[in-house]
Design a protein around this ligand. Structure first.
Ligand code: NAD
Length: 296
């Protein structure tokens, strides 16, 4: 039987230690849970924990995290090199591997066998149908979408996605977990792109078309949305932060699911082909230094 109260979630497994996975591990450990971080790439989990350590150190510097909390949070994090070991005896598994349906289904096939029957399962997909991921499980009812935002330790929203076969108890548990992580949760039905990606990508893709057509520079388009509409970050800077490959994957999927209005512009395809993936590769619509600061 699935856990019924949030206090029963003491151990959390995060699968995938990239941009999102290490952030989810960060907020989970900060909330008091013991966190196991697994990544298929050798050493990636340890690298993820090193990034969390750096973010916590910055938090201490800024007076947002106490030195004692930093030490305690880091002590709750462990890198695990085998997925089955990371899932054994856990109370919750949150998956953050690349945005591919086949890959997510493969991972949850293993997780379903290796994690106890009481464990809540969640996918951090930004757009894929959660119901189709759940189909590969013995008990699809215990999987929900938990869509976090980047950078996870800063952004306050989690979209909890409710697919048709999901247990209402699993949805409520995911909402409570998001709150325990210090986030505000909204619940959305399992519709392509949910609430946030569907809307956010429209602005992002249109901004790219405008750069392509020479309407204005990336910096001026971003400034327009920041100063004219009060967005904290422009759509192209946000695309660099999210990852151009991630946004291309979402656009391709939404174009198929919702129509050609979501088709990715040529400039996005070309930049991804050239490995200009945004902040993580050092170049996207802007150039980024190794310290993560914009240099052009
Ligand atoms: P990423 O490429 O930064 O990280 C993915 C990690 O998964 C990598 O470290 C990779 O080594 C690992 N991985 C690959 N195959 C694996 C496997 N079989 N088992 C375990 N680990 C494996 O990607 P990301 O940006 O963190 O995106 C992860 C998920 O989060 C995607 O579904 C994406 O759509 C979603 N998401 C991304 C953002 C964003 O801003 N980047 C925001 C919200 C949601």
């Amino acid at each position: 039987m699935l856990l019924t109260t949030i206090d029963q979630i003491k151990t959390i497994t995060v699968v995938g230690a990239g941009t999102m996975g290490h952030g989810i591990a960060h907020v989970a450990a900060t909330s008091g849970a013991t966190v196991r971080l697994f990544d298929a790439m050798h050493g990636a989990s340890a690298a993820g924990i090193a990034k969390i350590a750096a973010n916590l150190a910055k938090g201490v510097e800024l007076g947002k995290v106490s030195p004692a909390d930093r030490v305690a949070t880091l002590a709750r994090l462990v890198a695990v090199e085998v997925l089955e070991d990371a899932c054994a005896g856990t109370d919750c598994v949150i998956e953050a591997v690349p945005e591919r349906l086949d890959l997510k289904r493969e991972i949850f096939g293993i997780v379903d066998q290796a994690a106890p029957a009481h464990a809540l399962l969640a996918t951090n997909t930004s757009s894929l149908p959660v119901g189709e991921i759940a189909e590969c499980l013995g008990r699809p009812a215990r999987l929900v979408g938990m869509h976090f935002f980047n950078p996870v330790h800063v952004m306050k929203l989690v979209e909890v996605v409710h697919h048709k076969a999901a247990d209402q108890g699993a949805v409520m548990l995911a909402v409570a977990l998001a709150q325990k992580f210090g986030k505000t949760a909204i619940t959305v039905q399992d519709s392509p792109g949910f609430a946030s990606s569907r809307l956010g990508i429209v602005i992002g893709l249109e901004a790219m078309r405008m750069v392509e057509q020479g309407v204005a520079s990336a910096a001026d388009i971003d400034t327009a949305m920041k100063l004219g509409y009060g967005h904290p970050m422009g759509p192209l800077e946000l695309t660099d932060l999210v990852g151009l490959d991630v946004r291309l994957g979402i656009a391709n999927y939404l174009a198929e699911a919702l129509g050609e209005g979501f088709a990715p512009p040529e400039i996005l395809r070309a930049k991804v082909l050239a490995n200009q993936l945004g902040k993580k590769s050092g170049e996207g619509f802007y150039r980024w230094g190794a310290d993560g600061k914009r240099i052009g």
